[in-house]
Design a binder for this molecule. Structure first.
Ligand code: GAR
Length: 202
């Protein structure tokens, strides 16, 4: 069996795509052992609970208030995950940069998804920024990428999968968001299969 830990902060649509792929057998012999959120209200936590997946809420604020370092926060995150079987750590909208205090425990085994092509629009609001760049005539398409997370960079690292997402002149921002998210859900499942060395069952 292959085990995933999924780190989330928001709605969890990527998490849902991974849950569905595990449950349907599209990702054979693969299970999510734990979902961690840094936000209590993240809908992703509800999605996990509905499927009987262990959840952990790990907020940063108490660390900040107590003057405790980000490194300690990340080391504590690693310590919590170490009590679960984890082959791959999947960042699915986790809106914190992971420091080496975490990454050293999972070297080469952390993936992140970013709703843009490599090197484009790192950080938050990538789809919005791609839409504005298209409107300004600066880009003709956008995309999605999945990369390994070797260090503390923002949305950068060895790319394991990417795909182009077209933008059409008549698109609203919502149209583009929907197209990018649909592409993410498919690409992330493919990238996870590739990293685990298993074949997707369609
Ligand atoms: C996704 O679009 C993901 O690519 C993005 O956060 C969203 C989470 O959505 N991540 C980044 O922008 C990383 N810089 P979800 O909670 O519905 O999966």
């Amino acid at each position: 069996m292959n085990y995933l830990a999924v780190l989330v902060s928001g709605s969890g649509t990527n998490l849902q795509a991974i849950i569905d792929a595990c449950e349907s057998g599209k990702l054979p012999e693969t299970k999510i052992s734990v979902v961690v959120s840094n936000r209590k209200a993240a809908y992703a936590l509800e999605r996990a609970k509905k499927h009987g997946i262990h959840t952990i809420y790990h907020p940063l604020l108490p660390y900040r208030k107590a003057g405790v370092s980000r490194q300690q926060y990340d080391a504590d995150l690693a310590r919590m995950l170490l009590s679960y079987p984890v082959d791959l750590v999947i960042m699915a909208g986790w809106m914190h940069i992971l420091s080496m205090a975490f990454l050293r425990y999972y070297s080469g085994r952390v993936l992140n998804i970013h709703p843009a092509l490599p090197g484009m629009f790192p950080g938050t609001h990538a789809i919005e920024r791609a839409y504005a760049a298209f409107r300004a005539g600066q880009i003709e398409h956008t995309g999605v990428m999945v990369h390994r997370v070797p260090d503390e960079g923002v949305d950068v690292g060895p790319v394991v999968a990417q795909c182009v997402v077209p933008i059409y002149a008549q698109d609203s921002l919502e149209d583009l968001e929907a197209r990018v998210h649909a592409a993410e859900h498919e690409l992330y499942v493919k990238a996870i299969a590739q990293e685990l060395g298993i074949h997707i069952v369609e």
